[in-house]
Design a protein around this ligand. Structure first.
Ligand code: SPD
Length: 287
């Protein structure tokens, strides 16, 4: 990220593999926390945005493309929704989408970096919204890998991993050991979901992540959508379960209630998105 002249109207870009993904606007705040560089940006056309270590995490206008597609396929298909866990997700977008589901009784959000939450609560109110005031939300400032290592067997009905790319603080969220602990603490009729990077811009990581999840879980499948400001635009989320591929068969009554609040996700979108696997990825996964 090029971050000189912070108060000037300028372009801010994520640089990835010889390509820039950028927006025009102005930096509101940039600081180094104990874990990473956090930047909040006011863009000219797409609302406010959050970057961690120079990589786009969310913009107010694009975040629904990401959060709705990570959260609802899992929450619309788990047998029970009483206890839900989000690892990461410090901007509040995943929590907001989860809390649309009234069946949730307890939502643990485990974020390693308290400053991401504090700055998001202050500057990105359009993302977390009223989730921050919902009594079902319990914020835990802790390393997600430790949290899952210490949680009880079969404790959570749904586990959502909303981390950044696998470098810096989120690196451990792509490890086999981490996924094994997620498998152990997931209830038998539950669903696991993680962002699994771009099949284009992060091809190797994407394929490896799906392969590891297929190794650890009885069932695991990627779903494909798009997040306009992320490298290459095309993005993926991978869902996993123990008893059957239940994320492929969402509960229609539950889904219908949520559809009204969504701009991207719908039951029919989800069906198509699981089938939108690029042919080369399918070939790689079948090797
Ligand atoms: N390359 C960006 C990947 C970021 C995924 N997580 C975004 C966090 C939004 N809550």
């Amino acid at each position: 990220m090029d971050s000189s002249n912070p108060n000037q109207k300028r372009w801010i870009d994520e640089h990835h593999n010889g390509t820039r993904y950028g927006l025009e606007g102005q930096i509101i705040v940039t600081e180094k926390s104990a874990y990473q560089e956090i930047t909040i940006f006011e863009s000219k056309k797409h609302g406010r945005g959050l970057l961690l270590d120079g990589c786009w995490m969310a913009t107010e206008n694009h975040e629904k493309y990401y959060h709705e597609c990570l959260v609802h396929p899992a929450l619309c298909s788990s047998q029970s929704l009483k206890k839900v866990l989000i690892i990461g997700g410090g901007d509040g977008g995943s929590a907001r989408e989860c809390l649309l589901h009234q069946e949730i009784e307890h939502l643990d959000l485990v974020e390693i970096d308290q400053r991401v939450i504090e700055l998001s609560q202050k500057y990105l109110t359009g993302i977390g919204g009223k989730a921050w005031r919902d009594r079902r939300l319990h914020i835990n400032i802790k390393d997600g890998t430790r949290w899952v290592a210490e949680a009880d067997n079969s404790f959570y009905d749904v586990i959502i991993v909303d981390g950044s790319d696998p470098k810096g603080p989120a690196e451990g969220l792509f490890d086999k050991k981490f996924f094994q602990n997620c498998h152990r603490i997931l209830s038998p009729g539950g669903v696991f979901a993680t962002q699994s990077e771009s099949p284009e811009a992060f091809q190797r990581i994407h394929i490896e992540t799906v392969k590891i999840l297929r190794d650890v879980f009885e069932y695991a499948d990627p779903l494909y959508g798009w997040v306009p400001i992320y490298p290459s635009g095309i993005w993926s989320w991978t869902f996993a379960a123990k008893d059957n591929a239940r994320y492929l068969q969402p509960i229609t009554t539950r889904g219908k209630k949520i559809e009204e609040d969504c701009e991207i996700w719908s039951l029919s979108w989800q069906k198509a998105a699981f089938n939108a696997i690029p042919a080369f990825v399918e070939r790689e996964l079948n090797k």
